[in-house]
Design a binder for this molecule. Structure first.
Ligand SMILES: *Cc1c(COP(=O)(O)O)cnc(C)c1O
Length: 646
C-alpha cells in the first residue's frame, strides 16, 4: 500500500468546516459514495429482472409511501436542526466533541450502504479486515509490537474498559485453575496462594502456551472464573484514581467483582494520581497479603484532562516484582487523550526524543513559539504506554471520528484466549491471517470481544481516517496541536482579562492553571463575594445559560459543559485554587465542592492567532451578555419578591 505518512496535510481540508467551506467537495464525495453503491447493486447479475416496473412505481400507494418517507425525513431533519449540538463550531467548547473528519463521515456512509456486520467476517468480508488494520494502527501508535499485540474497535471507552477488566479478571484466576487441575498443576513451581494471585501477566500468558502444548488449555479455562464464577473478594483490589470515569464502577458491578473491591487512589495538586500515596497503598496491600487485581492509570481524566504518571506506575510494578515477587495487571484508560500519542511519533513511527520533539513542533509550525507542550512528565507518561498490558482509546473523542468508535489495545494477543469463545487454536490462526489481511479467512470478532453484532461502517471510518491522517506528528499531531494551542491561548486570555462591569457589580473570569491536555476548567467570580456557595451558584446559572439546558442549542451564541470538583473525588486539592480565588478554608470545608465550567478545546479553527484574537473578543462580549442576563434575572426575582412582600 502507498505510504501516505510523508505527504503534506492541510488541517482545514480535513473537515467540512463551520461554514461548510468544503461543501462542494463533500457533496460530490457523498454522491460518489452512494452512486458507487447503486452501481454495485445494478451491476450485480444484470441478467436478473427488475422486480418493480415503472408503471408500478406510479401506483398511488407507492407514491404515497415515498411521500411519507420524505415527510418523515423532513420531520427528523427539523428536529435535528432544532435541538442538536453544533459541535462543528468553535462556539461549542464543552465535552470532547468537535467537527468530525470528512473522510470518516464519507467512509462511514460508503460502508454503511453495504451494511457490514463485524461480528463475523462472513457478514463483513471487507470491514473485518479494516477493523484489524485500524486496531493494529493504534497498537503501533502506543508502541506495542505489531506482531504480538492486538486491538479492535468497541462502541466506546466504557466497553473498552469493561473488556480490559474482563481480561484482567480472567488472567488472575488462571493460575488458581491450573493449581486445581491434576495434570496441569505440575506446571507451577510455587502453588502458594501468594504466588498464584500475584503472577506477572507475561508469566501467566506463557503458562497458556504450555497448557496448549499439552492439550489442557480448554479444560483449565473452564476452571477459571469464566466457568466457575468469581469467588467473593478473592481476586483482590482494583486500584483506580479518584478521578476515574464512572465506567469503572459499572465494570466492577457487571463483572461480579464488587464495587467494594475498588481502592481509590487519591490525586495530587495537579489532579493526577498521587504517586507517593499510590506506592504506600500498594505496599500496604502487599503487606496485608491482599492481591492487586489491576491498577488503572488515566491518560486524560474526563473532568480535568490530567495525565497520570504512567512511567512511575510501571516503575512501581517493577519494584514490587523485584522486592516482593508481587505483580499486577496494568490498564490505561486513555479514552480521552490516547490519540495524543501520535504527537510523539515521527514518520517512521519512532518515539521522538524530547528536545527534538519540541524543536520540530516549533520549526514545523505545529505549535506557535509561545506554546510549549507537553510537560516533561507528560512526555514520559506517553512513552511508558508501551509497557501497559492494555489501553482504552476513543476514536470518537480525539480521533475526530463519528460515534460509536472506541477501541482497546492489548499488548500480548495471547490474552484473548482467556475470553474468547472459539477453540483456542483458532484465534492464533485468525490473528495471523487478520494481520496478513487475507480476505478469505473467517475471522470471528464476535467470539473474542465483548460485543456481538457491530457496525462495519465504524471500522471503515476509523481505518480511512488513519490512512489520510497518519498517527504521527504530521498527521493527528497537527490536528490535536490546534486544540492544544487554542487551549493555551484561552487560559492566557482568561487570566489576563479585564473585569466585567455589569451595572454596579464586577466579575472576574479565572481559568484553572496549566492542564496536562486541552481541558480548560474556568469560572466567573464576583469581586467581593466570599461565599463559595454563592460562587458555585453563579457558575451553575451561567452553565444553564450556556448549554442545551437553555433550550436553545442552535440560537445560543456559546455552549459549554460543567462539572463539580468535590472533595469526594479530589480530596482537598480544589482548596488551593479556592484559596487563590480568595475563598477561606472554612468556605471549602463547608461546601466541599467547586463548580466549574468545563471546555475540552478541540476545535481546529482557532489555531491562527488572528482568528483566535477575534474569537476571544467575541467571547468576551458573549460573557458580558450572559452576565447581564443573569443579573437581569436576579433583579426581576428580587423585584417580584418585593411585590409579594408588599
Ligand atoms: C469518555 C471516557 C470514558 C468513556 O468512554 P465512552 O466512549 O463515553 O464510553 C472512559 N474513560 C475516560 C477517561 C473517558 O474520558
Amino acid at each position: 500500500m502507498t505510504n501516505f505518512n510523508n505527504s503534506k496535510m492541510n488541517v482545514d481540508a480535513l473537515f467540512l468546516g463551520p461554514k461548510s467551506e468544503n461543501a462542494v467537495f463533500f457533496r460530490e464525495m457523498m454522491e460518489y459514495a452512494v452512486t458507487e453503491h447503486m452501481h454495485w447493486r445494478s451491476g450485480y447479475h444484470p441478467e436478473d429482472p427488475e422486480y418493480v416496473t415503472t408503471v408500478e412505481r406510479y401506483a398511488p400507494e407507492y407514491r404515497d409511501t415515498l411521500y411519507r418517507t420524505e415527510g418523515i425525513l423532513n420531520q427528523l431533519s427539523s428536529k435535528l436542526k432544532t435541538t442538536s449540538i453544533p459541535w462543528f463550531s468553535p462556539r461549542y467548547l464543552g465535552h470532547m466533541n468537535a467537527d468530525t473528519l470528512m473522510i470518516s463521515n464519507l467512509a462511514y456512509v460508503m460502508a454503511m450502504m453495504y451494511n457490514p456486520n463485524n461480528c463475523a467476517q462472513e457478514s463483513s468480508p471487507t470491514t473485518t479486515v479494516l477493523e484489524l488494520e485500524a486496531g493494529a494502527d493504534l497498537c503501533a501508535m502506543f508502541g506495542y509490537d505489531p506482531n504480538r499485540a492486538w486491538g479492535h474497535i468497541t462502541s466506546g471507552g466504557t466497553v473498552a474498559n469493561y473488556e480490559g477488566l474482563w481480561v484482567a479478571r480472567n488472567i488472575k484466576t488462571l493460575p488458581l485453575a491450573i493449581a486445581k487441575h491434576p495434570q496441569a498443576k505440575q506446571l507451577l513451581k510455587d502453588s502458594s496462594e501468594k504466588a498464584l494471585l500475584n503472577m506477572q501477566t507475561s508469566a501467566v500468558l506463557d503458562l497458556i502456551d504450555e497448557l496448549k502444548k499439552r492439550g489442557l488449555f480448554e479444560d483449565v479455562r473452564e476452571m477459571t472464573c469464566r466457568g466457575e464464577g468469581v469467588e467473593q473478594g478473592r481476586l483482590g483490589k482494583l486500584l483506580v484514581p479518584q478521578s476515574k470515569h464512572y465506567s469503572w464502577l459499572k465494570a466492577m458491578d457487571i463483572l461480579g467483582l464488587g464495587q467494594q473491591n475498588i481502592v481509590q487512589l487519591p490525586v495530587d495538586g495537579s489532579y493526577r494520581t498521587d504517586t507517593d500515596q499510590m506506592r504506600q497503598i500498594v505496599f500496604s496491600l502487599i503487606e496485608r497479603g491482599e492481591p492487586i487485581l489491576a491498577i488503572v492509570a488515566v491518560v486524560g481524566t474526563t473532568e480535568t484532562g490530567a495525565i497520570d504518571n504512567v512511567a512511575e506506575l510501571i516503575e512501581l510494578r517493577r519494584e514490587c516484582e523485584a522486592r516482593f515477587g508481587v505483580s499486577f495487571y496494568i490498564h490505561i484508560d486513555a479514552a480521552y487523550a490516547g490519540y495524543a500519542c501520535a504527537m510523539f511519533r515521527d514518520e517512521n513511527n519512532q518515539f521522538i526524543e524530547y528536545d527534538t520533539l519540541i524543536k520540530r513542533y516549533h520549526s514545523e509550525g505545529i505549535f506557535p513559539s509561545d506554546v510549549i507542550w507537553p510537560k516533561p512528565d507528560v512526555y514520559q507518561s506517553f512513552k511508558a504506554l508501551q509497557e501497559a498490558d492494555s489501553i482504552t482509546v476513543d476514536p470518537h473523542k480525539v480521533g475526530f471520528i463519528p460515534y460509536a468508535a472506541g477501541a482497546i489495545c492489548m499488548k500480548d494477543k495471547r490474552i484473548v484466549d482467556l475470553i474468547s469463545y472459539h477453540a483456542a487454536y483458532v484465534f492464533e490462526e485468525v490473528a495471523e491471517k487478520g494481520r496478513k489481511a487475507d480476505k478469505q479467512q473467517n475471522v470471528l470478532l464476535g467470539s473474542s470481544i465483548m460485543e456481538g453484532s457491530k457496525a462495519g461502517a465504524t471500522a471503515a471510518a476509523v481505518w480511512a481516517a488513519h490512512r489520510l491522517v497518519p498517527l504521527n506528528i504530521l498527521g493527528y499531531g497537527k490536528v490535536i496541536a490546534a486544540g492544544l494551542t487554542t487551549a493555551n491561548w484561552m487560559i492566557e486570555s482568561m487570566n489576563h482579562c479585564d473585569v466585567f462591569k455589569i451595572e454596579d457589580r464586577e466579575f472576574q473570569i479565572v481559568a484553572m492553571p496549566s492542564p496536562d491536555f486541552h481541558m480548560v476548567n474556568f469560572m466567573f467570580k464576583e469581586v467581593g463575594n466570599s461565599s463559595l456557595e454563592r460562587q458555585n451558584q453563579l457558575n451553575k446559572r451561567l452553565y444553564e445559560l450556556c448549554s442545551y439546558a437553555a433550550g436553545r442549542s442552535y440560537t445560543n451564541n456559546f455552549l459549554t459543559s460543567s462539572t463539580s470538583l468535590t472533595s469526594e473525588e479530589y480530596g482537598n486539592n480544589p482548596r488551593n485554587f479556592c484559596r487563590e480565588m480568595g475563598f477561606s478554608d472554612q468556605e471549602w470545608d463547608k461546601t466541599q465542592s467547586l463548580y466549574v465550567l468545563r471546555a475540552a478545546i478541540m476545535t481546529h479553527c482557532l489555531r491562527d492567532k488572528q482568528h483566535f484574537t477575534a474569537f476571544w473578543e467575541e467571547l468576551r462580549n458573549i460573557f458580558e451578555g450572559k452576565l447581564q442576563q443573569l443579573i437581569d434575572e436576579e433583579n426581576k426575582l428580587t423585584h417580584s419578591k418585593q411585590k409579594i412582600a408588599l
